[in-house]
Design a binder for this molecule. Sequence first.
Ligand code: ZN
Length: 94
Amino acid sequence: MTKVTVGSGAHTEGRRGVDVANRYWCGECSFKTPWLGESEGLRRQIEHYAGRHPGTPPGGQVETRRRDPGTGHGCLRLAAVALVLLAIVAACRR
Ligand SMILES: [Zn+2]
């Protein structure tokens, strides 16, 4: 089984279940699982092999990417802080 890392985050320290999503590619057909946690993805892959390729040991590829939950929210939080500051300044000027 070959591991393929997608995206710039090639650091290995981030590979802790929640931070990383895995997509499992079938080696026999064009099937691939959705982006899932490692154990869930592996389960889907094995289920697919059991259903579609009985007798074939699971192979193919694992694609790994980092989940970046913080990027969008960081900007939103900055905007919220700016709004609060504006409200305070407006309140002080009265
Ligand atoms: Zn398949």
